[in-house]
Design a binder for this molecule. Structure first.
Ligand SMILES: [Zn+2]
Length: 274
């Protein structure tokens, strides 16, 4: 069994502020150790349940957060940016199942640590085929197009609920209870680490027993609708070939596959200036 652990940073144990996940801030260095501890806990649980190969997709910021020299030696690391599949880089390498670790709720969520959708300064909302979508649904649908289920999530209570909407039956390690965007009640570090390990072990065991959430299937062609925070961003993104302008802040385009939808969404977000 080959497992992808796609990790983000906002839902990692103890994280409640941008300073803790921003490489230009001193606090960030401490949280690079903590994300690596959370990842190692998931690797340990997955391997205990029989995972034979583990690939980590480091998906936050510039994808260079996890410390290779502290990473469990059973895991391989996809790091650096940009890559074609970004937050799920490596999912097309014969992976059987995916774990989304350290995830956060979509933009505009109530009681959600660092809620956003891809860019906290550019993207107000994203819809795929008319369904409002955050990073769990977006990345989960890439896995789903390849027939790969997302079997576990970790983060706050709100991303865990969002994950259950997309993938009923997904195992959830809730490491904190968000009181707001920049506040949470956090589990003790050692409890959090063990919760992630136990949840990963159970999720992989269930997968082995053929009990797991269905892969997230998006009908094709995929209609991608992006609402930006400001109209100048939609002015810029509407230059994307095939894009149409819906109103002041929204553009829309169709993509033949979910991967094309992902590439088009990221291109649109990357081409706009904050
Ligand atoms: Zn992130």
């Amino acid at each position: 069994m080959k497992l992808l652990i796609a990790c983000d940073m906002e839902g990692i144990s103890g994280v409640v502020s941008w300073d803790q996940v921003d490489p230009s801030k001193p606090e960030y260095q401490r949280f690079r150790h903590i994300i690596t501890v959370d990842v190692n806990a998931a690797v340990a649980g997955a391997c205990a349940a029989g995972a034979k190969e583990v690939v980590i997709a480091d998906g936050h910021w510039n994808s260079s957060n996890v410390l290779l020299d502290e990473l469990d030696s059973r895991a391989h690391l996809n790091t650096g940016t940009p890559t074609r599949l970004s937050m799920v880089q490596g999912v097309d390498s014969g992976v059987d199942a995916a774990i989304f670790l350290g995830y956060h709720a979509r933009a505009g969520s109530l009681h959600a640590v660092l809620d956003h959708t891809w860019s906290s300064v550019r993207v107000a909302n994203l819809w795929l085929n008319g369904r409002i979508t955050g990073e769990f649904g977006l990345n989960g649908a890439i896995c789903g197009e390849l027939g790969i289920p997302v079997i576990m999530v970790s983060g706050d209570q709100t991303v865990c609920a969002e994950a259950r909407e997309w993938a009923p039956g997904v195992a959830a390690a809730q490491v904190k209870t968000a009181a707001g965007r920049y506040a949470a009640h956090c589990l003790p570090f050692e409890v959090s680490r063990k919760l992630i390990e136990d949840t990963a072990r159970e999720a992989v065991s269930s997968f082995m027993a053929k009990k797991h959430p269905a892969p997230i299937k998006m009908e094709t062609p995929v209609t991608v609708t992006i609402e930006f925070f400001h109209s100048h961003m939609a002015d810029q993104a509407s230059l994307l070939p095939g894009a149409s302008r819906l109103d002041g802040r929204r553009i829309e385009f169709k993509a033949g596959t979910m991967v094309e939808a992902y590439l088009g969404f990221r291109a649109a977000v990357n081409m706009v200036s904050a």
